[in-house]
Design a protein around this ligand. Sequence first.
Ligand SMILES: [Zn+2]
Length: 221
Amino acid sequence: MDKAHHHPNEELLAAYSAGSLPLSQALCISAHLEHCPHCMQKLQRLNRVGSELMQQLKPAKPSSGLKDRLLDSLDSLEAKAQESAPKKAVDPSIPRCLHQFVEQDYNDLNWKRVSPDISSVELCRDSNGAKVELLKIKPGGSATTHTHLGDEYTVILEGSFSDESGLYSRGDFLVRDESDQHTPVATQDRECICLAVTEGPIQFTGLFSRLLNPFIRRGYA
Ligand SMILES: [Zn+2]
């Protein structure tokens, strides 16, 4: 297992443990946890605290037949899951939480070139409008300087990149807010693939790329 050096903060992990994070952010935390025994340990501790708190709550008396109905629906859910479980041999280096989006590996995806150095593929949209995508930066390639209208969550899945704040490698988890203006540059040795969740449109801040912004915003309409 890789050792990540940049981790989600305690609040995010606690919200993940409580199941109160938006799905898109939870996906980023899951992808990070698969690379990070340190955060996994913290999460287990938070889960224990959560279950102790639950036990202190006074249980409500269930209505008659509730247990039977629950067991019936669990049986039928299990049967459905077994019927529809795809028989796939997914590249084991891809986090399990992303297996639902790929057939075998990242090459199966419908990558679209968004700049000479970057390709992207949208995986899904969260119900809060956040965009979940994979970004691929070619070796030594650079993303245009940009800021965001909302927070941006990034987990590095392959390779590494650096920006004004440091070097980020496989498993690292980053949150950038609206005030951060940064230019990620992939390291020369290999391409860099990241899971990225953006809550609002990216704002390019370079002189000519400013012209692109109205078109970028349309993607979030
Ligand atoms: Zn961690």
